[in-house]
Design a protein around this ligand. Sequence first.
Ligand code: PEP
Ligand code: MG
Length: 542
Amino acid sequence: MISLKGTGVSSGIAYGEIRFISRKKNTVNKRSVSDTRMEINRWRKAVKSASKQLLEMSRRQEGSEAAELFETHRVMLSDPDYVEAVEREIKNESVNAEAAVEAVGKRFSQMFSAMDNDYMRERSADVDDVSARVINILSGNAEDQSAVVPASPVIIAADDLSPSETVTLDRSTILGFILINGNKNSHTAILARTLGIPAIIGVGEALDKTLNGRYAAMDGSDGIAVIDPDERMMRKLEEKRQKENAAKRRLEALKGKPDVTADGKSIKVYANITSPKDIDAVIENDAAGIGLFRSEFLYLGGSGLPDEEQQYEAYSEVLKRMDGKEVVIRTMDIGADKELEYLDLEKELNPELGMRGIRLCLSKPDLFKEQLRALYRASVNGRLAIMFPMISSIWEIREAKRICGEVREELRAKGIMFDENVPIGIMVETPAAAMIAGDLAKEADFFSVGTNDLTQYTLAVDRQGGRAVERFYDAAHPAVMKLIEATIKAAHVYGKWVGICGETAADTSLTEQFIKMGADEFSVSPKSVLPLRAAVRSSKRN
Ligand code: PEP
Ligand code: MG
């Protein structure tokens, strides 16, 4: 029995096989080559090895969905158009095979993702996979990548995962996450909580690759994982799981009950989502609305930008399924840890202070307008509110609103229907926004406090910083609390409502304090809705 200790960042108990996923992405260096024949031979050999790998993997998992997928990848590798395109690229551009596979893979994947048919669009991720496999082999790394497509549910182990890597994993095959590194406030941890998947971070090097395939039991609240647990350990965890399930069942009794404080103030208890797929959990946990749809996750994980139609469909699906309940969709908060390789943004020294959120939208108005068009068109399907992230100055919200006005005007001119009264709000997640909340409240219909970023920018502690700085990141720091209180007061002067949608919104030890400050709404991961409802119902304003 081996014990691993880290920080639990998403609660729940899970048992299963450990599956390591390698996130070593090969960075492709483009080189000019004089002997293109030799390069073509290298490529052909790599294709043979890749095909052999895939065949072995599909045999090992015969009859499973994964086996079918590996077969599809094998067929792709022998597709004459793909093969010819790579060989032409090597010859015509006189480049190394890795660069040719990367360029052709990107082109093919973009072509697939632009297709009308859902099935064909999904093939774009397969082209990426196949190309990555060949590049991996060309780069001298013949490691079996079957781990990234688990056939049966497993506990995923990795050194760390970026949000875009996490979002591409098939959630139905993940029992839990155990990470060597990782950070409590990262979007990967947030994603695990949103999906309700137990997760432990920071277990260190004790989690080494030789543990791949071993049976483990993990506890996402205590941050403990045990490899080859003995009977006593299993019994202990099982007892805890049953207790947790019993507590969950008790909370079920709160379904359908109003979110109202013990002294009579109605509070909105909403849920955070990252994808239309999360709506099942929102409905299951009886949230009164969606307070934060992190729309940028629609852009992550794919190989190209989702077009207006794809976005329209995603937003419409969420609005329709929420059936008239309020849905706050945040415009894309790309940047910082949520990198989009295909946007080719300049590398930044301090990405958390760089081109992210509204800054990127105002700098790329065409991209912004495409999203706004999709949002306004979808608005006829439910009760939409639009929210801008990372606002720190008045001119930013004014300019963003002016662009919304242009989009509405264009839709009107084309006779396209939309809701003329979609409220426009902002995230308050920079100290600047909190300090000028009074002026911003004249422009915004509502505020939602993003405590994750507000904490990092107020305390000057990177929310993704290493373990050494983690203890300096205190979301309940008096400075952060003062800013939240000042924001709520300023907004109420202008009759605007204020929500809290960062991770502290789910900390029930702070619920009463936030309610005393005047908070009107909380938005939390679906799993935290009922515990929060209980905390709201036992809190008082005075
Ligand atoms: C926040 O900063 O608190 C927030 C809700 O936004 P995100 O975590 O996506 O940055
Ligand atoms: Mg934020």
